[in-house]
Write a protein that binds this ligand. Structure first.
Ligand code: UD1
Ligand code: CA
Length: 447
């Protein structure tokens, strides 16, 4: 179920699109469903249907199908919108909420086992909470047998004292579910069709309803407000960092001030300083040092790389023994080959610095290839954009680009050449030459 807006989030975005550890909430739920190897995963769409659909497809592709709930008239109505695709099947229907992201696959497997063992038409996953406020309560009779689920706002004072809550995760026999759904009426405080009423209806018609009580309440907590989302974020982050410390041998100077995606891999003896953000599927090698304030997104770093303070590396690759920053920006497939160095206030876009190349200060390298051991002087700019198209700059091996050189692309600088300070290079520079001036001309041959 992913059709609701999530009013309590006070957001224009559908709740299930809000992100946790860099991935939308719905991604966690469909990933768990996928691990069960179901026949299909049906997502009930409503608010921002297109975006939710895209988020689901990105996770589970082929397995996904979608139904639309035109108006959000409650969880019962949500499942009702899948009637056409499910009603006549002899399937087991597992109902998950898009806003319960921490659910574990093992728990779902156990719920299904429990359901089959009990020969139930409906099984409800429940848990006891210290503070059950806001959740539907599991009401049992004097013998402890299930009677019904009551929502917080419809509950009597006595019922509100019950600490066992409905997780919103259920297992149904498809036929029993859709038969019972016909009888659900919007007779409650919200005037909605509640899926929770189905349990009571199945029971009344002689079906078996079983409740599967689990121990870990965090697993089934829903995200309803931004405060809860922040708590989850904290949990996800802490467990990712713990895993990296315990299993991978990564040092965190201050684990409470590091922001690491759950998908990131980091090698042993790498040191992460405070306020570092590592996003997406980033891979970092062994023995690296990532200094304060750096952000690394969907990038690969080899071994023994140093990323100095406040550098940003996005969609790029840095090979072993390179140094980046402070205040450097690598983006759009920037590639630093072994021992290359990029210093302060240097931006590298869609460019390759070959082995041992250096750009130490105040430089823009866009659409460029920089040869081995070539040194780029302070203030160098590849003028790659003529207002319409982007053009390439190629600088060959062992070149020395003088400070403040403007390279008007497309242009090539031959191996072992030098450019004088302040040169404006508008034509290709032959190898072994010293060029200077505006526009630059060959002053002498170096060999
Ligand atoms: C629901 C349960 C409650 C349970 C709680 C657990 C009902 C009536 N109540 O309450 O017993 O304790 O979950 O988290 O089911 N949705 C739709 N269409 C709708 C309404 C909701 O798709 O018309 C989706 C939402 O997007 C969400 C999920 O269903 O993913 C749950 O909806 P929500 O409004 O959060 O239900 P709760 O009030 O939390
Ligand atoms: Ca909820």
């Amino acid at each position: 179920m992913a059709a609701g807006l999530g009013t309590r989030m006070k957001s224009r975005r559908a709740k299930v699109l809000h992100e946790l550890g860099g991935a939308p909430l719905i991604a966690y739920v469909v990933r768990a469903a996928q691990a069960l190897e179901p026949r299909s995963i049906i997502t009930i769409l409503g608010h921002q249907a297109e975006e939710v659909e895209r988020a689901v497809l990105a996770e589970v592709g082929e397995l996904a199908s979608f139904v639309i709930q035109e108006r959000q008239r409650g969880t019962g109505d949500a499942v009702e919108s899948a009637r056409r695709v499910l009603e006549d099947s002899d399937s087991l229907v597992l109902v998950l909420s898009g806003d319960v992201p921490m659910i574990r696959v093992e728990t779902l497997q156990k719920l299904i086992e429990h359901h089959n063992d009990a020969g139930a038409a409906c099984s409800i996953l429940s848990v006891r909470l210290e503070n059950p406020t806001g959740y539907g309560r599991i009401i049992r009779d004097n013998n402890g047998e299930f009677r019904k689920i009551v929502e917080q706002r419809d509950a009597s004072e006595d019922e509100r004292l019950v600490r066992e809550i409905n997780s919103g995760i259920y297992c149904f026999e498809a036929k029993a579910l859709f038969e019972a759904l016909r009888k659900v009426e919007p007779k409650n405080d919200q005037g909605e069709y509640y899926l929770t009423d189905v349990a009571e209806i199945i029971l009344a018609s002689g079906g078996t309803v079983s409740v599967f009580l689990i121990n870990d309440p965090r697993e089934v907590s829903g995200v309803n407000t931004r405060a809860e989302l922040a708590e989850f974020e904290n949990l996800v982050r802490r467990s990712a960092i713990r895993r990296l410390m315990i299993e991978s041998g990564v040092t965190f100077i201050d684990p409470s001030h590091a922001y690491i995606s759950a998908e990131a891999q980091i090698g042993r003896d790498t040191i992460i300083h405070p306020n570092v953000t590592i996003e997406g599927k980033t891979v970092i090698g062994e023995g690296c040092v990532i200094r304060a304030g750096a952000r690394i997104t969907n990038s690969r770093l080899g071994d023994n790389v140093t990323v100095k303070d406040h550098s940003v590396i996005v969609d790029s690759q840095v090979e072993a023994n390179c140094s980046v920053g402070p205040f450097a920006h690598l983006r759009m497939n920037a590639l630093l080959e072994e021992k290359a160095t990029v210093g302060n206030f240097v931006e590298v876009k869609k460019s390759r610095l070959k082995r041992g190349a250096k750009a130490m200060h105040l430089t823009y390298l866009g659409d460029a290839t920089i040869g081995e051991r070539t040194n780029i002087g302070a203030g160098t700019v590849t003028c790659n954009y003529d207002g319409v198209n982007k053009h390439e700059t190629i600088i060959e091996d062992d070149v020395k680009i003088g400070s403040d050189t403007m390279l008007v692309a497309p242009v090539r600088v031959g191996a072992r050449s030098k450019t004088g300070a302040g040169s404006v290079i508008t034509r290709d520079v032959p190898p072994d030459s010293l060029v200077a001036g505006v526009p630059a001309e060959v002053k002498k041959k170096l060999k």
